[in-house]
Ligand binder design. Structure first.
Ligand code: DGP
Length: 116
């Protein structure tokens, strides 16, 4: 059983969000606490709690998440300058919402990936 998270409620339309893309497999919406001029979350419509929970059957949706990230980056005008896609996994990864999501961040130089 998966936990009903805020993202599942956004996918169902029960909670409002600034949705920028939606198809049969994924939904994308702007992060409520943006860390960059563009900060979009791309989530599977069918909840998967974390990246550690994926299996071979999830490959189509995982591929779609990345392709949609690239398309949205182009649409947001950040593809030329570059951007970052990020997935936080579980406690040490800093995951807050346990519905798999990919962060698309860009619109300014983001610096190195992690501090030492
Ligand atoms: P993570 O640490 O990878 O689990 O990031 C969760 C992100 O979700 C965080 O950047 C803030 C965002 N977030 C949390 N609640 C909401 C919400 O209700 N709406 C939107 N749009 N974003 C949310």
């Amino acid at each position: 059983m998966t936990i009903d998270t805020i993202f599942a409620r956004i996918v169902r339309g029960d909670v409002p969000a600034d949705i920028v893309y939606r198809d049969d497999l994924v939904t994308a919406f702007r992060d409520i606490r943006p860390l960059a001029p563009t900060h979009i979350l791309i989530v599977p419509n069918e909840a998967i709690p974390t990246l550690a929970d994926v299996s071979a059957g999830h490959e189509p949706v995982l591929g779609r998440m990345l392709r949609v990230a690239a398309d949205l980056a182009a649409r947001e005008g950040i593809a030329q300058g570059g951007y970052r896609v990020m997935i936080n996994c579980r406690d040490h990864g800093g995951q807050e919402v346990y519905h798999l999501h990919l962060h698309l961040l860009g619109g300014r130089p983001l610096g190195r990936m992690l501090g030492r």
